[in-house]
Design a protein around this ligand. Structure first.
Ligand SMILES: Nc1ncnc2c1ncn2[C@@H]1O[C@H](COP(=O)(O)OP(=O)(O)OP(=O)(O)O)[C@@H](O)[C@H]1O
Ligand SMILES: [Mg+2]
Length: 272
């Protein structure tokens, strides 16, 4: 039923019950009964226009993605919330390996960038948030597939709609610990930036919050806003990324490293 509403949302902002009935091949009375049930469980929202129309909400979208992962045998079980960001919520899960599932939430508050994107398309999405979140997850997955395993990031496991399943990183965020050898730590991070650069990718949201410290070393997470090196602001974004990291090491460890020095280190690592 949720899947039928999702399909209906490609063509309707608010999906009329007769459309849900057509897509699901269920009688009008069955559809009505189930919709009422879903409404009470807070998985759909409805709006009275000149007809009664339905949308799924983010919780229902999460369930659809999750059941897809389960069908594909990527995920066996889900556990607690392990992170919540400006534009996502992340849950622990189990598949063949321990996983983190990142459910994107883009477009819920800001529709501006979606509209800009949307204007280039003839096939304009009816429900912008649905589209924005799925687009962000797909982009993040694509970038991670390109980077893994050359760059130290969580292994990407799969994507469905707005949800991205990846390897769970066991370790704290860089800002939450004190490194015993901060100089080596900074160098390892710059090396990863360099390797990504060598594969044509700039993170564009790099900071101490998006670097996790695993047993094996730093792992860089949170890639949906990554750009290619051909991006018109590539250099600026690269410098901002490195600048954020340098400022953190300066604040916390009193290390003074010039941007030029750091850029050189990264570029050299990328080449080797
Ligand atoms: N693979 C992972 N393993 C373990 N924890 C993770 C993993 N990915 C994300 N997390 C946790 O979830 C938090 C949020 O994830 P992430 O940084 O990718 O998204 P975000 O911060 O919501 O993005 P934004 O920067 O747009 O707000 C992280 O700070 C981290 O604590
Ligand atoms: Mg983050």
């Amino acid at each position: 039923m949720l899947g039928a509403i999702e399909v209906g949302m490609r063509t309707h902002e608010w999906v009329p019950t007769f459309v849900i009935s057509q897509i699901s091949s269920l009688s009008a009375s069955k559809v009505e009964y189930r919709l009422q049930h879903l409404f009470e469980q807070k998985l759909v929202v409805r709006e009275t226009l000149h007809y009664l129309g339905y949308q799924i909400n983010f919780d229902a979208y999460d369930l659809l993605a999750l059941s897809d992962f389960v069908k594909r045998n990527s995920v066996n079980s889900i556990s607690d919330e392990i992170g919540v960001g400006k534009e996502s919520v992340v849950y622990g899960a189990l598949g063949e390996i321990p996983l983190a599932i990142k459910f994107h939430r883009q477009g819920r508050t800001s529709f501006k960038h979606v509209r800009r994107l949307r204007d280039h398309l003839t096939d304009k999405p009816k429900v912008p948030w649905l589209y924005a979140a799925a687009l962000a997850a797909r982009h993040e997955h694509l970038v991670m597939k390109k980077l893994y395993p050359q760059v130290s990031i969580p292994r990407p496991v799969g994507v469905s709609r707005h949800a991205l399943a990846m390897e769970f990183i066991d370790g704290p965020q860089l800002n939450k610990i004190t490194l015993s050898d901060p100089e080596e730590g900074l160098n390892m991070i710059l090396d990863e930036v360099g390797r990504a650069l060598n594969l044509g990718i700039i993170h564009s949201d790099l900071s101490e919050f998006n670097i996790m410290i695993a047993e094996s070393g730093p792992k860089i997470i949170d890639w949906p806003q990554a750009v290619e090196v051909t991006h018109p602001h590539a250099q600026e974004l690269l410098e901002r990324d490195i600048g954020n990291v340098l400022r953190f090491f300066e604040r916390k460890y009193r290390m003074e490293t010039s941007l030029e020095e750091a850029l050189l280190r990264a570029r050299e690592a990328g080449r080797s």
